[in-house]
Design a protein around this ligand. Sequence first.
Ligand SMILES: Cc1ncc(COP(=O)(O)O)c(C=O)c1O
Length: 367
Amino acid sequence: MPRFARHLTEQDGPNNPFPGLQALERRLGHTLPHRIGSNEGLDMPHQALAARFGPALAELARTYGDAEAWQLRSMLSEALDVPMDSLLVDAGADSLMALTLRALCDDGSTVITSAGTYPTWSYFVRGQGCRQVEVDYASDEGYLAPDLQALADAARREKARVLYLANPDNPAGHLHTDADVLALREALPEACTLVLDEAYHDFREDAWQPEANRVWPGVIRLRTFSKAHGLAGLRVGYAIATPDTLAMLMKVRIHYAVSSLALAAAETVLAHPDETRAHVDDVIARRRALSEWLRERGAEVLPSTTNFVSLRLGDAERAAAVHRTLLDEGTLIHRPAHPALGDLLRISALEDSLVPGRLDSLAAALR
Ligand SMILES: Cc1ncc(COP(=O)(O)O)c(C=O)c1O
């Protein structure tokens, strides 16, 4: 059994006091057209909002979203072949990270993380009062990946409550196979939950195959609409996990964190998968072109299953100098703040990255 925060297992609840009107309608089996009990401002005319964004937005803006995200979960369930009760929608993968920590950890619980991986995770771990143990990446020429053996060893040694793995990883871009992730799960203590951050899942070749979306006991898979679906500003993501695990998360979830607009937008893009898939194909083509361009100039480019390309300069000071020069030119690329990965630079696979001249300062540093 995975372990959860003590105060959640030692009592019944907390129970969400406002499951929402849509949940009530589903329970009653009929609609409630006269919603005069939830103080929403339903008669706000919204002329300015409608003039700027159209009447559909003004309509959505007046009401609380469906706290259970029923429609979106049912569409996801069909698209991914995952049972609806194994899906939880929240305000992006970041929000899901904070939620998993809140549900899983007590003050001082130990969390295992790769040193230099997606830093928001560590930010939340520290904010939650957890004890973080970092494990170095496995590294070789042209290879940088979370070290699954070392992560499992650390989890066992430190009696960890949670292990975080970004797969595909940010900033390495590396994708571990599902077989390797399941072997990692096998090697973990039963009480330790694997939080598997799959923000870049949609860039996997098999992303839409049922096998790539399984519910794995002891694992909370985090997904997002921010990357392949282009909805970062609206904040929507989802978790795949066993129903009993999600029930624990639901105890402490901010129930209206996902807005009515965000839900409607996610439903709309999900109803048009061809547009998302075409976008993913374009991103992959640009990623290959960018990797090729960098390799031709002598860069150590890391293989990537994401929407970005990372390269290592082998020298943190040189990487910092390139980063600074590009910033002065008005170009923002990413250099991790973590000292373990200070020689790495990360570039998004956008059309703008391929514009001739855009990365010339980087190319000059590679010579
Ligand atoms: C590994 C990883 N997880 C999560 C996120 C954030 O996703 P969201 O916008 O859904 O919060 C990012 C964004 O860069 C990421 O790289």
